[in-house]
Design a protein around this ligand. Structure first.
Ligand code: DGL
Length: 357
């Protein structure tokens, strides 16, 4: 009788130890919040061979998470649906709303990291924006996919798994907002979408990724060189609106029409998305001088997709009181210019900010 009791007691002790361990293991896993905004990672196609023709932004974030059960082994995850949109519709109002919600969550002691599922079209703007305005060292990772989850060779599941792994990793802390796609970890500052519609390797950084994530391992090979998150002067909690900044794309035969429309619409700055080194066609020089004379800032960028616009190179920027981008493409320059204009409208100060971030 005594022996049976001891055996029973032993079994109870083993089971409770197992529960304690798994609870403890549960505690050991990081808490990651996945915020859904839409995009292809939330897309669905009519058949498994529809890899580029599909409906974007139709699958709820909780379903996206549930489709990758392996995630539960590496983190305690919960989902939040803030939008269900194609990212081409990510306007400034939505950027601010997302930034404020991320900032709120980062303040919570039971949140270790955040993943944002996002359409790939404008991941680069959202990631640069968050990289500039969030005041936390905790990892924030933006992730998307080039194929819907219904497709053969869908990339969203692994991208999401890797994004959660990075967002829950201490090694990813203090590196600014990151973009994790296709086994690569990119800085939100540098990354841009280089292929329009179906290549899974579309996300490129001019100086390469910060590192890789593969087989549950993060491998960093370089660090962000420019100030970000807690190191910047921009705080999302202090920003409730963004000044209007537009982009005028340039090409042979360009006319003043877009510039006039933007000034009339109340733009505080116009990104002149110029050919080559931010060149200005002879018929546009007087137009930009007029724009500047109306108190609207002129910021020369290059449409080439990479490279640094040289001040006083193509144009006498000092004489015309214009600003040049550093290596930011036009869409990233727009994000930085909007934030800079919340701080100053002085050309020299704007130029310093463009070169700093
Ligand atoms: N509509 C595009 C977007 O939401 C789909 C592209 C994608 O997410 O890969 O950015």
């Amino acid at each position: 009788m005594q022996h049976a009791k001891f055996k029973q007691l032993g079994a109870v002790m083993i089971i409770s130890a197992a529960f304690a361990f798994s609870a403890q293991a549960q505690d050991k896993k990081p808490n990651v919040v996945v915020i859904g905004t839409g995009g292809t990672i939330a897309g669905a196609g009519a058949s498994s061979v529809n890899t580029a023709a599909y409906q974007s932004a139709v699958v709820p974030v909780d379903k996206i998470i549930a489709a990758v059960p392996e995630i539960s082994k590496i983190a305690n995850v919960r989902g939040e649906q803030i939008f269900q949109i194609g990212s081409e519709s990510f306007n400034d109002e939505r950027l601010l709303k997302l930034g404020k919600r991320v900032s709120e969550l980062l303040k919570q002691s039971d949140v270790d990291g955040i993943v944002i599922t996002h359409g790939t079209d404008t991941i680069e703007e959202t990631a640069y924006f968050l990289n500039l305005v969030l005041k936390s060292e905790k990892p924030v990772v933006v992730v998307g996919s080039m194929r819907p989850g219904t497709a053969l060779g869908a990339d969203g599941a692994l991208n999401l798994y890797d994004a959660v792994l990075v967002a829950g990793s201490k090694e990813a802390a203090g590196k600014g907002t990151l973009v994790v796609m296709n086994d690569e970890i990119h800085s939100g500052r540098d990354v841009t979408k280089s292929n329009n519609s179906f290549k899974v390797e579309t996300f490129r950084s001019p100086y390469g990724p910060l590192g890789y994530v593969v087989e549950n391992k993060l491998m960093f090979y370089r660090l962000p060189a420019r100030p970000h998150t807690t190191q910047t002067e921009f705080d999302i909690d202090q920003i409730n609106s963004l000044p209007r900044v537009d982009i005028a794309y340039n090409y042979g035969n360009v006319s003043r029409a877009a510039y006039d429309a933007f000034v009339n619409a109340g733009a505080k700055a116009i990104i002149h998305d110029g050919t080559g080194n931010g060149s200005v066609a002879e018929q546009i020089v007087p137009v930009l001088q007029e724009v500047r004379s109306k108190g609207v800032q002129v910021i020369r960028a290059t449409r080439t997709g990479s490279g640094v616009v040289i001040r006083n190179g193509e144009q006498p920027d000092d004489k015309y009181d214009w600003v040049v981008t550093d290596d930011q493409n036009a869409q990233k320059a727009r994000i930085l210019a909007e934030l800079a204009l919340t701080k100053t409208n002085d050309t020299k100060e704007l130029q310093k900010i463009m070169w700093k971030y």
